[in-house]
Design a binder for this molecule. Sequence first.
Ligand SMILES: NC(=O)c1ccc[n+]([C@@H]2O[C@H](COP(=O)([O-])OP(=O)(O)OC[C@H]3O[C@@H](n4cnc5c(N)ncnc54)[C@H](OP(=O)(O)O)[C@@H]3O)[C@@H](O)[C@H]2O)c1
Length: 292
Amino acid sequence: MDKILLIGQHGQVTTYLQRALVGDYHVEVAGRAQLDLSNVDAISGALEASKPSLIINPAAYTAVDLAEQEQEAAFTINRDAVAAIAKYCANTNTPLIHFSTDYVFAGDANTPYLETDSPAPTGVYGQSKLEGEQAIIASGAPAIILRTAWVYSNHGKNFYKTMLALAQTRDQLSVVADQVGAPTYAGSIADATKILAEAILSRGGLMPAQVGIYHFCCQGQTSWCDFARAIFVENEVSKIRVTGITTDEYPTPAKRPAYSVMNVDKLTATFGVSLPHWGTALAHCAAETKAG
Ligand SMILES: NC(=O)c1ccc[n+]([C@@H]2O[C@H](COP(=O)([O-])OP(=O)(O)OC[C@H]3O[C@@H](n4cnc5c(N)ncnc54)[C@H](OP(=O)(O)O)[C@@H]3O)[C@@H](O)[C@H]2O)c1
């Protein structure tokens, strides 16, 4: 049975990937205890000991605001550790599925970003993720880099759970209305990633033409404010009133892209895979919430 090495244990995407893959594949889950990405020198030895058929890496330094202070930690995990993983993959011809972010873009576009558009991150997190992408490409590893966005789920810390928690104690919320993107359910990410993993493993690797960057998020677009409203509708929370505010009224240490909608056509054209519309995925997440 093919062995998949899944890096990261308790994060959103890795949690849903474990649910999707375990049982159908031999999945080795490498949490921090097995593979600490801040210890870059230990990475190649750990991968050589594992010898997986495929590596999936959703692990990352994801604290967008804290990264402005903890630059070294962000670059170590999101760039240097990724470079070490990619070097192993290049040397051993091991396929790699790596996750990146819409925050590689400046957010000043007004049509969905293509994979060929120039990145220009506005913060440390986005810059560190971009340099991780660049390290993979420079290594020549047989890799696909999946740029996802606005990830939420019933697990971990995310906007969806924050909204539902606030609704327990508040009847009014002010939410940013001038940032537009594609909320993406971690369950949708896991389902689509599983199809990619199946395709890669069934043909023993990636074809050279498949290697590269893909935009990998739910379809459609919305603002945080309208996403919050939709979360409350799907979860039948009617008592709360959501008011739109501007980014300037909700300052954060790291600047977010105002517009980070990504065109996902390349993913569909290359692999025949797409994630659902964000509203459809939200309904799935809410059904999971209600099921407990
Ligand atoms: N969240 C978003 O909105 C968003 C948006 C766009 C792109 N992305 C990208 O999507 C991917 C998955 O995001 P996510 O939301 O699932 O992230 P998450 O919930 O914050 O999980 C991050 C994962 O990285 C692991 N990790 C962090 N530091 C580590 C270290 N030093 N050694 C080993 N593992 C370490 C964590 O391990 P522990 O479980 O031990 O903490 C956790 O499993 C990431 O590449 C992220 O950059 C996320």
